[in-house]
Design a protein around this ligand. Sequence first.
Ligand code: MEV
Length: 326
Amino acid sequence: MSSDWFTASAPGKFVVLGEHSVVYGKPAVVLATDRRITCSVRRSRRTTLNGESVDLRRQPHFNYLTRGMNYSLDFLTASEVPSGSGMGSSAALSAALALAIHSERGECPTERAIVEEAYGAELYAQGNGSPMDASACVHGGGIAINIPDEPSELWTISRGERTWRVTDIEVPDLSFVIGNTGIKAPTGPQVEKIRRFKQKNGFAGEIIEEMGNVTLEGYQALKRNDKERLGRLMTQDHKLLSILGVSCNELNKLVNASLPYSYGAKLTGSGGGGCMVALTDDPDKVAKIIEARGGTPFIIKSGSEGVRMETGIAKGTPLDIPINRG
Ligand code: MEV
């Protein structure tokens, strides 16, 4: 019987421009993908995750999102999003889990409330960061952050001295191919690497400033559907991210191999491994090239729906969930 389960799903995402610099309040452009994470919850006598007993204190997302709860739940997860690879698995998990838990309590939270919870879970799990991933996985479609004079504001989230103003964008009719290096690289250490670099060296601040300019120009190019310009800016952003130290040989290999058949290519997400993305008119060719260079390609459909309730229960490959071993 699946009637006592409450199931929600949320899309993964990829960053077109602006990862890392967004942590410092610079602009970013992100699209939701057609790969989703699904979570089911139901009341139970003891806590289980995918059929096994778990200690929630070692599962940061679950631990955060069930804080203050005085009863146990069974959790099921199913994921089409590779974990630890820059495709938003952590934010999609948080968003789907938050909505499933709320609906189990008979509540119907706003998108903004889910973003705040998902962002809280992300910070709890990884330390530092922006609400970009949480916003993209909750809202779906496409979002832009901190674009001056952009009217359609969804929400503004502040933390310390930083503010992120999130707006909805029209999903562009463009083809993107993702290449997964297969190297898992959690976000927290990459964000921390740049924080330390920036603290020691003013040059890192200049690079971040430049990434902000590149992203703003890329946002305008995206709105004009100017693929040539957008692609060049993506490649430029990749070079700036590489200078900050968050690329790696495997990512560079896939980016360079894609470039002859693409408008541009870059790492996407936090880097250090994980995925790259290419903007191209020939996705099959780019996918083949990525595969030939040892990556796993997937041709992405962008702009999928955000977090939503589902009927039935989570079925498929369970998410490889990060465990807090501390
Ligand atoms: C990871 O998808 C995005 C980063 O910019 C971190 C963040 O914004 O929290 C690297």
